[in-house]
Design a protein around this ligand. Structure first.
Ligand code: CP
Ligand code: NVA
Length: 310
């Protein structure tokens, strides 16, 4: 049976990403009409969080309610995948109850394996490698603030080995948008991501720098993310030492275009990867970005159900 799993942005491709953008803009523009449709009435969607979450969990739960679907929350330690039951048995049981599974977990390989065991769609709500839902909300925010993204330069400053940078690399390569990355030497994209860039027809759109001042020059969009991702907290003191000079403060942000916007997927560590002054300045769009999680994921759920036959 055909189904659409969202393991990363490559699962959607350019057409799928554009479909999500169009649908999200339409629903957001005419929200009253959209809320009346309840187009996923009677569907049940499991939301499983193996790492903490505010935005992703809340936005998916609200998206389900807006669409008329019932969100089944399995976020505590006594629920799915945390009792010693095999992943295979767990997902096969869930498949008998729900119509889709949204999962935040560690290994990307777990999402892939689960998607192969069942005929219901699996959606990645963040893994160690990718955060596709955040990538969609970010593109929606960029389009809202900057219009057509194709002539823009995005700049990511920070840990380029993490799920957010991987997702921006996917966005750049799939959509054909310029991306400058600035990262400390030991925190560059993985070999797998470098191979992905090399194999893309848009490989020249991605450039990697070790000096944030060079990377940010002429940027229209500036992103950063935490230097210590979930799961790496024990190594935080050691990791943070490498990021001297990588804080997006006003002095650095002022080297981007004068109308550049600042974005952060949140949660942020104010005073580490970004200063309060940048977080709270007029060109910071962080809360629009957070709100767009709802609109992007509502559209994503619609698309996933439309493309998956039951
Ligand atoms: N940006 C993001 O995914 O936030 P949460 O970890 O709060 O879900
Ligand atoms: N890179 C961060 C993103 C949080 C939304 C993490 O994985 O913790």
């Amino acid at each position: 049976m055909p189904k659409l799993d969202i393991l990363n942005l490559q699962s959607l491709g350019k057409d799928g990403i554009l479909d999500v953008m169009h649908l999200a803009q339409k629903n957001k523009f005419d929200r009253c009409a959209f809320l009346e449709t309840k187009c996923l009435k009677d569907k049940k969607v499991a939301i499983i969080m193996e790492k903490p979450s505010l935005r992703t969990r809340t936005s998916f739960e609200c998206a389900c309610v807006d669409l008329g679907a019932y969100p089944v929350l399995l976020c505590d330690k006594n629920s799915a995948f945390s009792r010693g039951e095999s992943d295979y048995d767990t997902i096969k049981v869930l498949e008998r109850f729900v119509d889709a599974v949204i999962l935040r977990t560690y290994e990307q390989s777990k999402l892939k394996a689960l998607s192969e065991y069942v005929s219901i769609p699996i959606i990645n709500a963040l893994s160690d490698d990718f955060h596709p839902c955040q990538g969609l909300a970010d593109l929606l925010t960029i389009i809202e603030h900057k219009g057509d993204p194709y002539n823009l330069t995005m700049c990511y400053i920070g840990d380029a080995s993490n799920n957010m940078c991987n997702t921006y690399v996917e966005l750049a390569c799939i959509m054909g948008i310029h991306l400058n990355i600035a990262c400390p030497k030991n925190f560059g994209p993985s070999t797998k991501m470098l191979d992905f860039i090399k194999s893309s027809p848009n490989s020249s759109f991605v450039q990697i720098f070790d000096d944030p001042k060079l990377a940010i020059k002429d940027a229209d969009v500036v992103f950063t993310d935490t230097w210590v991702s979930m799961g790496d907290e024990e190594k935080s003191t050691e990791i943070i030492k490498y990021f001297d000079g990588f804080c997006v403060d006003m002095e650095l942000f002022n080297l981007a275009k004068t109308n550049a916007i600042f974005m952060h997927c949140l949660p942020a560590h104010r005073g580490l990867e970004v200063s309060d002054e940048v977080m709270d300045c007029e060109r910071s769009v962080i809360f629009d970005e957070a709100e767009n999680r709802l609109h992007a994921q509502t559209a994503l759920l619609q698309l996933v159900f439309e493309k998956s036959l039951f």
